[in-house]
Design a binder for this molecule. Structure first.
Ligand SMILES: NC(=O)c1ccc[n+]([C@@H]2O[C@H](COP(=O)([O-])OP(=O)(O)OC[C@H]3O[C@@H](n4cnc5c(N)ncnc54)[C@H](OP(=O)(O)O)[C@@H]3O)[C@@H](O)[C@H]2O)c1
Length: 247
């Protein structure tokens, strides 16, 4: 069995990329805390899979758009597993397909609240606990952005793409803020990955358009997250890494 690396927290770990990342982190020696919003049964299955890999795991219900719930999430995972030294800032939503001239305030507030404000709140909670300037032991934050941040997602969800561009900027700015406090901050930009986040029929319609000719699998994204979280990426911070089949 691999040695214990520490405790990792994955937001949105009940399914999709977050679930695969949690299971892959457990396989690489991390004890894992996951958060979920509503899907308790699926979160429990991810916990069981992490435990089957020989590690401790726990699931906590918490909305990443609520700062009090994020504080409770970090505290519960720390109480049950120990100090957190890796955070995968993964929970996210897309908006329904539509053009910018159709968006209303409610739609914009929801996508920016979860994807951008949620990512900032989770990153802030992580720094308050991990920064050596605050008595912590250091660590790593991996932010899950999207290739949409660069491509713009025209005709589908430019607001989602813009909320992920905020995650890219968070990654660079925060990396510079905390580089001397023992914390590395990295971001990944997945392309089209096979998860439930896509509207019905979208993957079938455009799944073969990336240069590699197929959508990506969650395990292919999880592999990158595990690498960036590990000491194998010890000289990386402030970088965005694409995992998008050439898209
Ligand atoms: N799939 C892709 O093609 C793709 C491409 C680029 C970027 N991404 C990004 O990758 C990340 C994961 O996406 P995915 O495709 O794996 O999505 P997914 O399958 O829809 O899973 C989303 C996860 O986020 C959780 N979640 C959603 N809103 C939340 C909230 N307000 N508070 C707490 N948790 C919340 C969900 O919890 P419940 O299960 O409880 O609902 C679930 O665990 C997202 O940030 C997404 O933008 C995905």
């Amino acid at each position: 069995m691999t040695s214990v690396r520490g405790v990792a927290l994955v937001t949105g770990g009940s399914r999709g990329i977050g679930a695969a990342a949690a299971i892959a982190l457990a396989g690489d020696g991390w004890d894992v805390g996951i958060s979920y919003r509503t899907r308790e049964d699926e979160a429990a299955r991810v916990v069981a899979a992490c435990e089957a890999a020989g590690r401790r795991a726990v699931a906590v219900q918490a909305d990443v758009a609520e700062s009090a719930e994020i504080e409770r999430l970090f505290d519960e995972v720390t109480q049950q597993l120990g100090p957190i030294s890796a955070v995968v800032n993964n929970a996210g939503i897309v908006s329904p397909a539509g053009r910018v001239d159709e968006y209303d305030v409610a739609r914009l507030e929801e996508v920016f609240r979860v994807n951008a404000i949620g990512a900032f709140l989770v990153a802030g909670a992580a720094v308050r606990r991990m920064s050596t300037a605050r008595g912590g032991a250091g660590g790593v934050i991996v932010n899950v952005s999207s290739r949409g941040a660069v491509l713009g997602s025209a005709g589908e969800y430019v607001d989602y793409a813009a909320s992920k561009a905020a995650v890219d900027t968070l990654t660079v700015g925060l990396a510079n803020e905390v580089a001397k406090e023992g914390i590395r901050v990295l971001g990944i930009r997945p392309g089209l990955i096979e998860t439930e986040i896509h509207a019905a029929g979208r993957l079938e319609r455009i799944g073969s358009t990336p240069p590699l000719g197929r959508p990506g699998k969650v395990e292919e994204v999880a592999e990158l997250i595990v690498f960036l979280a590990s000491d194998r990426a010890s000289y990386m911070t402030g970088s965005m890494v694409d995992v998008a089949g050439g898209r």
